[in-house]
Write a protein that binds this ligand. Structure first.
Ligand code: IPE
Ligand code: IPE
Ligand code: MG
Length: 252
C-alpha cells in the first residue's frame, strides 16, 4: 500500500493511525463547562475548576491508554483574562498546584509536556514552572501532552506572520517565501501534526479562538457533557463518532 501523503512531521509510531477510521493521532479538547458544573450544584465556580483538574488527571491516562499520541488541552485563553480577577487568580493557583503535584508522575509515565500560547507577561514563577514541565519531560516518548495556556489562535498566527515580516524587512527572505509552510513553521505547534479530532464539552458549538489554522481539516465533536463530568465513556463516544466520519481533505 502506498504511503499516505502527509504535510507534517511524523509524530512517534502512530503516524498514520489518524488518517482513516482508526484512532485519531492528535485530539484537541476545549474543556468547557467547569463554571456551570459548579453553579448547578450551588458551588462557587472554583469548585468546578478543581473538579476539572481531576478530570484532566484521569483523561491524560485514558488518552494514553487508547494509543492517542498527542492530546492538546485548552486550559486558558487570551480572552479568559477578561474574567474577574479572583477567578483568574484561582485558575493560576490551580495550574501551579497541578504542575507541582503531578509533574513527577507524568514524567514517570513517559508523558512529554509542551505549552503553547503567549509567554510574555506571565508571572515569572509560573513561567519557570511551565519551563520546568517542558524541560523535565523533553526526552519522553509517550503521550504528547500539549497545554494551551494563555493561548489565542489569532495571536499565534499574527506572531508567526510578524516573524516572517521581520525577516522580509531584514532582507533575509523574499515576500514570495511567505508561504503556508513558512507560516506554519512559525506557529507554536510547528512540530505537531494537525488535530484530527477536536472535542468541545459543555454543549457550546464554537471554536473560541482555538487552533484556527490547525483545525482546517479537523473533525469536530460537540458533547453536551460538562468538563468535570467528562469520562472514559464520553471519550469513547467521541472516538466512535470520529471513527465513522469520512474524511476527504478536499479530495474525492
Ligand atoms: C472552562 O470552563 C475552563 C476555562 C475556560 C478556564 P468555564 O470556566 O468556561 O465554565 P463555563 O463555560 O462558565 O461553564
Ligand atoms: C474556551 O472556553 C477556553 C477554554 C476552554 C480554556 P470559554 O468558556 O472561554 O469560551 P466562550 O467564552 O464560551 O466562547
Ligand atoms: Mg466556558
Amino acid at each position: 500500500m502506498p504511503a499516505l501523503p502527509s504535510t507534517h512531521n511524523e509524530l512517534d509510531g502512530a503516524a498514520q493511525i489518524g488518517r482513516g477510521n482508526g484512532v485519531p493521532r492528535h485530539v484537541a479538547v476545549i474543556m468547557d463547562g467547569n463554571g456551570r458544573w459548579a453553579t448547578s450544584r450551588s458551588l462557587p465556580r472554583l469548585a468546578g475548576h478543581k473538579a476539572g483538574v481531576e478530570t484532566v488527571r484521569q483523561m491524560v491516562r485514558a488518552f494514553a491508554k487508547r494509543g492517542i499520541s498527542a492530546l492538546t488541552l485548552f486550559a486558558f485563553s487570551t480572552e479568559n483574562w477578561t474574567r474577574p480577577e479572583s477567578e483568574i487568580f484561582e485558575l493560576m493557583r490551580l495550574l501551579r498546584f497541578f504542575i507541582r503535584s503531578d509533574l513527577a508522575e507524568l514524567h514517570a509515565s513517559n508523558v512529554r509536556i509542551r505549552i503553547i500560547g503567549e509567554r510574555d507577561n506571565l508571572q515569572p514563577d509560573l513561567l519557570a514552572l511551565l519551563e520546568e514541565a517542558e524541560s523535565t519531560t523533553s526526552g519522553n516518548t509517550g503521550l504528547n501532552l500539549v497545554v494551551a495556556f494563555n493561548y489565542g489562535a489569532r495571536q499565534e498566527i499574527a506572531r508567526s506572520a510578524r516573524k516572517l515580516a521581520e525577516r522580509v524587512a531584514a532582507g533575509e527572505i523574499s515576500p514570495a517565501e511567505v508561504t503556508v509552510e513558512s507560516l506554519e513553521a512559525g506557529l507554536d505547534t510547528a512540530d505537531l501534526p494537525d488535530p484530527d479530532l477536536i472535542i468541545r464539552t459543555s454543549g457550546e458549538q464554537r471554536i473560541s479562538n482555538f487552533l484556527l489554522w490547525q483545525a482546517a481539516y479537523a473533525e469536530f465533536v460537540f458533547l453536551p457533557v460538562l468538563w468535570p463530568d467528562f469520562d472514559e465513556a464520553a471519550l469513547d463516544l467521541a472516538l466512535q463518532d470520529f471513527a465513522q466520519r469520512k474524511r476527504r481533505f478536499g479530495g474525492l
